[in-house]
Design a protein around this ligand. Structure first.
Ligand code: ZN
Length: 483
């Protein structure tokens, strides 16, 4: 596969290399007004959910990691709530198809076959957060940032699963049927005081559930309703939020609404959707044999790097292959996946691999404010430290997109790549393997993703062939230190 034209290679040392190497990275920034894709929603109600406690949780991720077509989408797959997973999957796939143009949509934002970058800096990012995961109640918010769309491009939606009735339900069903009119009237009354809002939109009974697609309880039991920009008022009015006190909503709540409220205020025990037999994925137990003493001056070295994970079950499979060849690699992990699978990150570190930071939810960092960039990186560093006891010193900017603002927002050292497998585009193990085997040279950095099973299969072949050719597999920091 061709070498990346974006990246200068391994960004060795010092700011000189950094400032001269990324002249093509000057994506215009609207950062001051740009939302973050939801990562800074410190107001997320019920934000105390630890996803690592959800048994059998899988995070479904699909990212491009290519500047010509910037999209990243993740959503959770929780055992026992398959209808909710299906609903999120459908939502995410529809958005991805619209963005990539696979549905014939005229708004295709990706590069054409000439390989030219996509137009106008388009970017699609879908991330998730757990609102409630306790007892028989599961609540997830999907946050979509579509920079190609009108307005601020931010769209939030909550998904609710009722384990008692084994059904995915809309947030509107927090209310009993008889109370819905009173509830709507109260929301409208609050909206009347907000400039630019159009409360009458909610008179449209057909579309109420569309407008009211983001509802959750706050930690004090109040009900919070979020409206996307432009949904029930002029876009200039921005997002509207209506918060109804606990006492106000109390008489209107359905049985499910009451349970959601109770599980938000007092989460208590973990999630129990009756899927208790779900076996936890096996985590490899390989432990590194002391420090890596490979001398990259004496022998041929390569630094394989794996972005966007950890992912189950692929990362565990990859760890087994790496152990067989005594290979050490670098994982650039995504914070929201680290939080869901700290045990896998711990296994990576224990096996002697290096853990780097690849942001919390994979946005183009050059589009964010300095505060948002810091939040993306420090939150991820904290999750990695919680999992491994050690804070990373390296980061890889999503899409390889980096500029002076990103560099000055962090003390982490950026790492790009020499060989891009483009494995996100080609789910073909032998093609991915050949893209490395046929082009890689001594001391180069290779970009692969451990969220794709075909990429992990390719690694088996890469390890076998390149070991035969005398290569040694080392971490990025090891390569830097011994050159
Ligand atoms: Zn990535």
């Amino acid at each position: 596969m061709r070498k990346s034209t974006l990246a200068p290679v391994l960004l060795l040392l010092g700011s000189l290399a950094l400032t001269t190497s990324c002249a093509t990275d000057s994506v215009p920034s609207k950062a001051d007004s740009a939302p973050t894709g939801g990562t800074d929603r410190g107001t997320d109600p019920g934000g105390g959910v630890d996803p690592a406690t959800i048994k059998g949780l899988k995070i479904v991720s699909d990212n491009s990691d290519d500047r010509s077509c910037r999209w990243a989408a993740s959503y959770p797959d929780v055992p026992g709530a398959s209808s909710m997973t299906d609903a999120m999957k459908e939502d995410v796939e529809r958005r991805l198809a619209g963005f990539r143009g696979e549905d014939g949509s005229p708004s295709a934002q990706c590069a054409d076959s000439s390989g030219e970058p996509g137009t106008n800096g388009a970017e699609l990012n879908v991330s998730f957060s757990f609102l409630v995961a306790s007892g028989d109640v599961l609540g997830v918010r999907l946050t979509t940032l579509d920079r190609a769309s009108a307005g601020d491009g931010l769209d939030t939606r909550t998904y609710w699963y009722d384990g008692k009735n084994e059904a995915t339900v809309s947030a509107f069903e927090f209310m009993t049927e008889d109370s819905q009119d009173a509830f709507i009237a109260a929301v409208q009354k609050t909206l009347k005081g907000k400039e630019g809002a159009d409360p009458a939109s909610l008179d449209d009974t057909e579309n109420r559930t569309v407008y009211l697609d983001d509802m959750a309880f706050n930690a004090d039991g109040a009900l919070r309703v979020d409206f996307d920009r432009g949904s029930i008022g002029v876009p200039a009015g921005g997002r509207y939020t209506v918060t109804l006190p606990k006492a106000t909503v109390a008489p209107w709540l359905s049985d499910f609404g009451k349970r959601v409220q109770r599980r938000t205020v007092r989460p208590g025990a973990g999630l129990d959707l009756g899927a208790g037999s779900t076996p936890s994925a096996t985590v490899p137990t390989h432990t590194a044999d002391g420090d890596d003493t490979t001398d990259c001056v004496e022998v041929k070295c390569i630094a394989l790097t794996f972005d966007d994970g950890p992912a189950t079950p692929h990362t565990a499979t990859l760890l087994k292959y790496l152990a067989e060849y005594d290979a050490r690699v670098t994982f650039f992990t995504v914070g929201q996946n680290v939080a869901a699978h700290p045990e896998l990150v711990r296994a990576e570190a224990r096996a002697g691999h290096e853990i780097g930071n690849h942001s919390w939810n994979h946005p183009d960092l050059t589009r964010l404010t300095p505060g948002e960039i810091r939040s993306q990186l420090t939150r991820t560093n904290a999750a990695i430290k919680a999992a491994t006891g050690k804070e990373p010193t390296l980061f890889r900017p999503p899409y390889g997109a980096i500029d002076g603002k990103v560099r000055s927002a962090t003390t982490l050292s950026p790492v790009l790549w020499d060989v891009d497998t483009e494995d996100w585009k080609h789910p073909d193990a032998s093609r991915v393997a050949q893209s490395v085997i046929s082009t890689v040279a001594r001391n180069e950095v290779v970009l692969i993703h451990d969220i794709h099973p075909t990429s992990v299969e390719a690694v088996a072949e890469i390890l076998r062939t390149l070991t035969d050719r005398g290569y040694h597999f080392v971490t990025v920091s090891h390569l830097r230190a011994t050159l």
